[in-house]
Design a protein around this ligand. Structure first.
Ligand code: 2M8
Length: 453
């Protein structure tokens, strides 16, 4: 099924309606009911969606998020904003971030971890889409936000990479890809005591709880939050003692792209020479780090467990980190493009759409219905589409865009994720970031747009 111009216009209207429905003024709920607060990387994608409707509103989304930035530079993964009628577990009490010296002062309430830094990509896209008459105002707002973005990237390049490896260390599965099998082994070796009584809400909010992480996962997630609390969210203490420290190649690749986006915006933002030099050095270091993690046998980049000194040998979407980051090695790129369209990923003949799944169907841990363990996530395919476009693979990028729109249109809902064989919509419906990337895709006639400012 291909999406015609008429149905694309309809899809765009429906996507815009999702953002309006989830709009809480100057921030947007990640999804009604299941995710009623402001999530960090969701907000970045959401801002890209808003950029098609209103550049000011798009900037407000990010400004609001960055108002909760920690003094270390960390942008927290959730800013708790919903009222008492919209509960989410675990809420601010469980995190108790008031004990952290770097946390923002009350009444701002956040979690104590972070998510992939898509924000600079959002600002880049907002600027591209800003009409001439709004440019003076938006330029001023970008100039005001830019130092905060640099500070955020500095946090990731230093506190989250004390080894200066170019790779970001994540502290928690909630720093992006929750129950991805990438973390299974590390979670299995952590000794947990039952982390106090708790009641999950997520499993009652969606029709089929088997699409969500298990209680085994939640015990570990909550236990890890308890340890972070114990270390008062202090990075040095965490790095010294905490059991879950993973070099995440996907997160690292997003940081590379985000550094490139900030450099691209440097003139718009009137960036200092010092900031430009720093960004360039983080960019180069990130690309080198990813190039070193490449595994020639699988053609993929591998995550790394800092505590056990082990590479994580699994075929997941994260393995395409060199593509996401546009590293320079031509042999690696050729190998990546080959694996991408092989049976192990997008080229699986049983897949309904030629899209990137979160986990290869060739892996024993693959579960086509379960969250980050197999389903297709439109936001991940959006990042891949952007990267392929920038790397000059416009035709392949365009196919990805058309298939992604086809998948969303056929499902008739802006689902959180999709079953790769059937295209069945899974998880939450009316998910803001899915609507946002659908808006961006439906407005992008052909690839090749992402570069020009
Ligand atoms: C999912 O994670 C949250 C916890 O942060 C959850 O399961 O409750 C993940 O997909 C995460 O990456 C995403 O930002 C969040 C909101 O969409 O949901």
């Amino acid at each position: 099924m291909s999406v015609t111009a008429g149905s694309r216009a309809l899809l765009r209207d429906r996507a815009a309606a999702v953002l309006h429905d989830n709009d809480a003024g100057s921030w947007t709920k990640a999804a009604p009911h299941l995710y009623p607060h402001q999530w960090s990387w969701d907000s970045a994608f959401i801002a890209i969606g808003w950029a098609h409707l209103d550049a000011r509103r798009a900037m407000a989304e990010l400004e609001h998020l960055f108002a909760a930035q920690w003094s270390t530079g960390m942008v927290p993964h959730i800013v708790f904003r919903a009222g008492p009628g919209e509960p989410y577990f675990p809420g601010p009490e469980w995190w108790d971030c008031s004990i952290a010296a770097a946390a923002p002062a009350p009444p701002v309430r956040t979690t104590g971890i972070c998510q992939p830094p898509v924000h600079a990509l959002a600002v880049h896209r907002i600027w591209q889409l800003t009409p001439q008459d709004k440019r003076p105002e938006i330029r001023g707002r970008i100039q005001a936000l830019y130092p905060r973005l640099v500070k955020w990237h500095r946090y990731l390049a230093t506190e989250r990479d004390p080894e200066a490896s170019g790779l970001v260390t994540v502290y928690h599965p909630w720093e992006g890809t929750d129950n991805s099998p990438r973390w299974d082994k590390a979670l299995s070796r952590i000794e947990v005591a039952k982390p106090g009584p708790y009641t999950r809400l997520d499993t009652t909010q969606i029709a089929d709880p088997s699409q969500r992480p298990t209680d085994w996962d939640y015990d570990r997630y909550l236990w890890l939050v308890g340890l972070l609390r114990k270390y008062r969210y202090d990075d040095a203490q965490i790095y010294g003692q905490y059991p879950f420290l993973m070099k995440d190649v996907f997160f690292s690749a997003v940081l590379v792209s985000a550094n490139a986006a900030l450099l691209d915006l440097a003139d718009v933002a009137a960036a200092s020479d010092g900031d430009r030099e720093q960004l360039t050095s983080w960019l180069d270091r990130g690309r080198d780090g990813l190039t070193r993690c490449f595994d020639t046998e699988s053609g993929l980049c591998l995550d790394y467990d800092v505590r056990t000194d082990e590479r994580i040998r699994l075929r997941t979407f994260a393995g395409f980190a060199p593509l996401f980051a546009q590293t320079a090695d031509a042999d690696q790129r050729a190998a990546q493009l080959h694996v991408l369209d092989s049976e192990d990923f997008c080229g699986n003949p049983r897949f309904r759409w030629r899209l990137l799944p979160s986990m290869s169907p060739a892996e024993p841990a693959f579960e086509p219905h379960n969250y980050w363990r197999g389903p297709i996530w439109p936001v991940i395919d959006w990042l891949l589409w952007r990267s392929l476009t920038l790397a000059g693979y416009g035709d392949r990028a365009d196919e990805l865009r058309r298939d992604s729109l086809g998948q969303i249109a056929a499902a008739e809902t802006f689902a959180e994720y999709f079953e790769p064989f059937t295209g069945e919509p899974l998880g939450s419906t009316q998910q803001s970031w899915t609507a946002a990337v659908a808006l961006d895709w439906s407005a992008s006639e052909h690839s090749g747009e992402a570069k020009c400012i």
